[in-house]
Design a protein. Structure first.
Length: 244
């Protein structure tokens, strides 16, 4: 089966610094967590996939189609949604206006996947309770729900999530984890950038570690969580600090 996302030999330079150094990564479906310490290039990779940054070398293929050189709007229309770090909701728009503004009718290849505003409210009933609330007046967890819902109504086949657990309370984190399970069950693939190993291992069975701009380790989460030496070397934490 052809991978949903295939990244091969991607290099990215920013302000003279070599940020991504030949990244190779493949996602065939389900959920894959991209983990690593701060400053390793994870957000740069997400931005490059979306066309917000340019790659000087390499290939990024989505459903067999090359993305390098494509504009962000065209990449989004191909079926990739972005949940950015920091939520980035608009002060002047209500919850309902955010979702209606972003709504995109389903594409021909999405017979079993269709997200509209009402379906987002079914996924996140809390948002429906805040339907007329301005985005920046929501709690951090509610803003994250809105950011996810805003991406879903574009009807993506692949969702890129950049630090979705950032700033969430434990209760809100579990709500977002449950939503991620429902998305993968509905056939949406997830590439999740995360600092929280609890969140990452709860939504993904597989992981890839990005360190100084390159993938240095990939595998199954149960193996990683048992390997104290690996956690210490690549994540700077001990096994005793990881809970799943």
């Amino acid at each position: 089966m052809e991978p949903v996302l295939e990244i091969s030999g991607v290099h990215v330079y920013r302000q003279g610094s070599h940020i991504l150094k030949g990244v190779d990564l493949s996602l065939s479906g389900g959920s894959l967590a991209l983990i690593g310490r701060n400053g390793m290039g994870k957000t740069t990779l997400i931005s490059t996939i979306m066309g917000l940054l340019r790659s000087s070398e390499g290939s990024i293929r989505f459903m067999g189609q090359e993305l390098i050189g494509k504009k962000p709007c065209l990449i989004a229309r191909k079926g990739i949604g972005l949940v950015p770090q920091g939520k980035r909701v608009f002060r002047s728009l209500t919850v309902d206006e955010h979702l209606k503004l972003a709504f995109e009718p389903k594409r021909k290849h999405q017979a079993d996947i269709y997200w509209n505003v009402e379906r987002v409210y079914e996924l996140f009933p809390r948002l429906k309770e805040r339907i007329r609330q301005e985005g920046t007046r929501l709690s951090g967890g509610e803003q994250q729900m809105l950011a996810i819902g805003r991406a879903l109504v574009t009807n993506p086949s692949l969702l890129l999530m950049d630090e979705p657990s950032e700033g969430l309370s434990p209760i809100m984190m579990e709500t977002v984890i449950e939503a991620c399970h429902r998305l993968t069950a509905a056939g949406i693939s997830l590439l999740v950038v995360e600092q929280s190993l609890h969140f990452a291992s709860s939504v993904s069975d597989r992981y890839a570690i990005l360190m100084t701009g390159a993938i240095v380790q990939q595998g199954e989460f149960p193996d990683l969580l048992r390997d104290r030496q690996l956690l210490s070397a690549y994540m700077g934490i001990s096994n005793t600090r990881v809970a799943r």
